[in-house]
Ligand binder design. Sequence first.
Ligand code: PLP
Length: 380
Amino acid sequence: MSRLALATVHLGALRANLQRIRVLAAGSKVMAVVKADGYGHGLERVARALAVADAYGVASIADGQRLRAAGHRQRIVVLSGIDAAGDLPEVRRLRLDVVVHHRAQIDLIAADADPRPLRVWLKIDTGMHRLGLPVAQVAAAVARLRALPNVDPALIWMSHFASSDAADPGPTETQLALFNALPSAPNYERTIANSAAIVAQSASRLDWVRAGGLLYGMAVVDGRTGSDFGFHPAMSLSSKLISIQRVSRGQAVGYGGTWCCPEDMDVGVVAIGYGDGYPRSVPSGTPVLIAGRPAPIIGRVSMDLLTVDLRQHAAAVIGAPVLLWGPALPVEKIAAAAGSISYELACGVTRRVMVAEDDQPVAADPEFAKPKFAKPVAAN
Ligand SMILES: *Cc1c(COP(=O)(O)O)cnc(C)c1O
């Protein structure tokens, strides 16, 4: 069986989404976060579409290497920084910026004989309690870094929100207040906002915003989609119907027989499954679009295939296109059905899925260019 599962990446959506972030965060520079292979959309492809970003954010030096090999010259920030002394020559060769989030990383830089100045983003823990220097260690860390001749004196101050996607802005505001209260030198740039904060917390945008999900048209805010905030989904996951079977009333469909036909009916089989990254955990009733119209999944998703109820699709034929998610069927909705978030689904599309690029510009939506959408969370 040739694989019919196809992820189409909409380059026009990526470009429009970056432009939309520029409108929202007009005074800020934009770091395009392209870790995890561009949130599953393909690192080089995404970076090419977003080449006007002010910087790229990556999780590993290896990603920085790929971006330099592709010819990108702007700043590339390794978001977890260095782990070992051997990382530094590579960071220098590739001219990568590093995040410093722990004293051990300062020790590595201090022990490095290379005199060329490293660009450092100092990560401070304001309440996420994952990576970052405790506030109490910041002054000492800054003093040490400033005394090192091989560190660029223009440190960038960075922190990360734990709950910027939550309905309650309280924890985010607390983190922002703590970050703003740090006695930073006037020439230091500062950054704290991720995607959810870019739309919901205008005061957090500061010198740099660090956008991941929004660039791909995805939202993590509960019950909301990227489109609700004026962003365009950058991926369509599709496949085709490869079988239509008449199944009798009372017969069960698929592994475990979890769904039983209430009447004699047509069951369609779609060539995609969890081996492609479509989540196995979605329940019966989760929609796909067949030739643009919804049809519910029935029974369990299997590795290569899933089954759908064709009772409302009398005209469906083998070969009909099936959309699993995309602009007409928000990935956030499928993610919610799977008990997950859109990011995990996009990152989870597996290597056997064919990838195509769609270079069409997105349809211009004049509504979203207007400043009244600057706080879209308040809408509706
Ligand atoms: C992943 C990441 C981001 C982007 O987060 P989104 O919610 O996708 O915008 C920003 N900053 C850091 C440090 C990250 O690791």
